[in-house]
Ligand binder design. Structure first.
Ligand code: ATP
Ligand code: MG
Length: 251
């Protein structure tokens, strides 16, 4: 199952969601490949604290070479990113949009799940992820801008469909929502109106511990007992996403 986490609005929770999906699925015994397509390298630094060997960088796919994934732990492998990835963004030749897909296809069935974290733009790197993945999950935060950003993402998915490529939107994950706040309720109502069943039923509440989790490189459910509610939401959402992606005739 290949999944991209995308939304061109910055700071909505893409990396946080990717990180927790990767851990939730790996803990269930799945072999998970994490692919960092963001030159900011946030997913990379949450999963890997040592020096990065050049062989593990996703930038290699843009050089026509195969990256060698790093073994993180418990079934998690990582293809990493760092700021130098951004040099490849200037090459807008058609083949550059298919680099990730070509490499992932060449990997066959080595992994049960591939999770691609995207940068906050709809540029070359996100399009590579949308072309390579079967599904997209879009986190949205409590802002009308992040809801509007979804329309652009859907527009790109439609354009890719026209040329016979690209992922489908699996669902929308509301992030850092505080259910008692009026703004949260207003954004949630709008999302329900516009997207209905595409909204996942598990909403990720706002919690300061989420940031700590990524800095410490541990999923939030491993931090402290008093964060079980947030941890549980991530785990339930991971299960919901897995079921929706792999259930029935979808794979
Ligand atoms: N549920 C949450 N509660 C509180 N803070 C959160 C929550 N989820 C994410 N955050 C915080 O919001 C910030 C942005 O999250 P994250 O880096 O995952 O977003 P992003 O979409 O990947 O950002 P970018 O677009 O820059 O890649 C981080 O500081 C993160 O710790
Ligand atoms: Mg990010």
């Amino acid at each position: 199952m290949k999944l991209a986490v995308a939304n061109q609005k910055g700071g909505v929770g893409k990396t946080t969601l990717a990180f927790h999906l990767i851990h939730a699925w790996a803990e269930e015994g799945k072999r998970v490949l994490a692919v960092d397509m963001d030159p900011q390298g946030d997913l990379t630094s949450s999963l890997w604290s040592e020096d990065l060997p050049g062989t593990a960088l996703v930038a290699r796919v843009f050089e026509g070479k195969s990256p060698l994934p790093l073994e993180v732990n418990q079934g998690i492998s990582l293809v990493a990113a760092e700021i130098s990835l951004s040099v490849h963004e200037k090459d807008l030749s058609l083949k550059n949009y298919f680099r990730l897909k070509t490499w992932l296809d060449s990997m066959g069935n080595q992994f049960d799940a591939v999770v691609v974290d995207c940068p906050p733009s709809l540029g070359l790197f996100t399009i590579n992820a949308l072309v390579a993945a079967r599904w997209v999950v879009a986190p949205v935060d409590v802002s009308f801008y992040s809801v509007r950003a979804l329309e652009d993402l859907l527009g790109s998915l439609e354009e890719l469909k026209e040329i016979g490529e690209g992922a489908r939107l699996l669902g929308i994950a509301p992030f850092a929502f505080a259910p008692r706040q009026r703004a949260t309720r207003a954004v949630k109502e709008l999302l329900e109106e516009e997207y209905g069943d595409l909204l996942f039923s598990w909403v990720i509440p706002s919690s300061a511990r989420v940031r700590e989790a990524l800095i410490l490189g541990k999923p939030v459910w491993k931090l402290r007992r008093d964060e079980q509610a947030v941890g549980e939401s991530f785990r339930r959402l991971a299960l919901e996403i897995w079921k929706r992606a792999c259930g029935g005739d979808r794979g």
